[in-house]
Design a protein around this ligand. Structure first.
Ligand code: F6R
Length: 359
């Protein structure tokens, strides 16, 4: 039931702080240590490489997860689009461990990979929102997202839940492996900050509604740009805008724009820069300067400690590995209000179904 909300998507965006707290409650004990099945942790510890597989938004969540796993456990991790992996399996490491990300647990492309991986005898984990779903039943292990039903076709709270749960799992695995590098990443405290930060962003909806009306209502195309983890969020942000508002949006690595794609920038093309990482903030800002001088309408989503006076949206500070949990929220809302402003059916965009059960 969507209560007083006009669309499920807005309700689901608003639920994200609660989902973060729910994950803390489900997976972290009072002293902040992850509570994860020891058998799962021990199978993961034996792996020489983690393979993360998903489609669409779940693939984008995997791009963030890979960085969390590598940084907090030291295990090399690679992310794959399920429909690609299914038909072009790379040369495998000796001891792979597979993580399937799927909100619905029913995506045919992802299931195809799971079936093949099982045949080859490799251990598997499904991270899903739906207990007893196909991919949950068929994997060796399951972790549930506890995000509550996601009804809108555009995935929002499942993305942030997938990122947060991968952070918890990576932390738990890092601790089990006694990795020194994990020690100052207090995942419980960080997810608390994230929940508060998300609340502040969803409370500033009115501002996002007017930004959407002013910059995104007219143009036929738009860009989200960023580097590293911000680029991964740019991909997800662009997908949200495309699927519900039909603006042709591209998520681009900001340094790569000048190698060709910058030719698409015209007067008033919206270019939204995501700036949350110390090492790359200055570089992305200079890439934004390059498009400003070609007439683009530049908007910015920047972390507080990196913010400048004319930034469009300022995000509360959290650990650099968890900034996607905040930077994606304004992008979700910009997509929502652009779609709403055009009078579209936000929850049921054309040509799309909530779960894609064909390959
Ligand atoms: C985008 C979206 C899709 C799904 C994709 C995978 O908003 O919802 O891209 O993320 O179809 O679905 P699941 O996660 O159910 O496997």
């Amino acid at each position: 039931d969507k209560g007083t909300y006009p669309f499920y998507m807005l309700k689901e965006v608003d639920e994200q702080p609660v989902v973060m707290r729910k994950l803390v409650q489900e997976y972290l004990d009072t002293d902040g240590s992850p509570v994860i099945e020891p058998e799962l942790l021990s199978r993961m510890q034996q792996a020489d490489k983690l393979y993360v597989v998903g489609a669409g938004t779940s693939y984008h969540a995997g791009l963030i997860g890979a960085r969390l796993f590598e940084r907090l456990t030291g295990i090399p991790t690679q992310v794959f689009i399920s429909s690609e992996f299914a038909y072009e399996q790379p040369i495998m490491s000796k001891k792979p461990f597979f993580i399937f990300l799927t909100q619905s647990g029913e995506t045919a492309d992802s299931r195809e990979v799971l079936v093949n991986v099982k045949k080859q005898g490799w251990p598997t984990l499904t991270i899903t929102n739906v207990p007893k779903s196909t991919l949950s039943r068929e994997a060796t292990f399951t972790l549930l997202l506890h995000a509550g039903p996601e009804i809108a076709v555009a995935s929002t709270k499942a993305y942030t839940a997938q990122v947060a749960l991968q952070a918890i799992l990576a932390k738990g695995l890092g601790m089990a492996m006694r990795k020194q590098l994990a020690i100052d990443f207090d995942v419980k405290q960080q997810l608390g900050l994230v929940a508060v930060g998300m609340q502040a962003i969803v409370d500033s909806k009115d501002q996002l509604e007017s930004v959407a009306a002013r910059y995104l209502a007219q143009p036929r195309n738009a860009f989200y740009i960023g580097r590293g983890i911000d680029w991964s969020v740019a991909l997800e942000s662009a997908l949200k805008l495309k699927e519900i508002s039909y603006v042709q949006a591209e998520g681009f690595a900001s340094g790569e724009l000048k190698h060709g794609t910058i030719a698409l920038i015209e007067d008033k093309t919206p270019v939204i820069g995501i700036i949350t990482q110390d090492r790359t903030a200055g570089l992305t800002r200079s890439n934004l300067q390059e498009v400003v001088s070609r007439g683009a309408s530049v908007l910015t989503i920047a972390s507080k400690h990196l913010a400048q006076p004319d930034d469009t949206i300022v995000l509360p500070d959290v650990d650099e590995l968890l900034t996607p949990l905040l930077s994606v929220v304004p992008a979700q809302l910009l997509a929502y209000y652009t779609s709403l402003g055009k009078g579209l059916d936000v929850d049921k965009p054309r040509n799309l179904a909530k779960s894609v059960t064909v390959q």
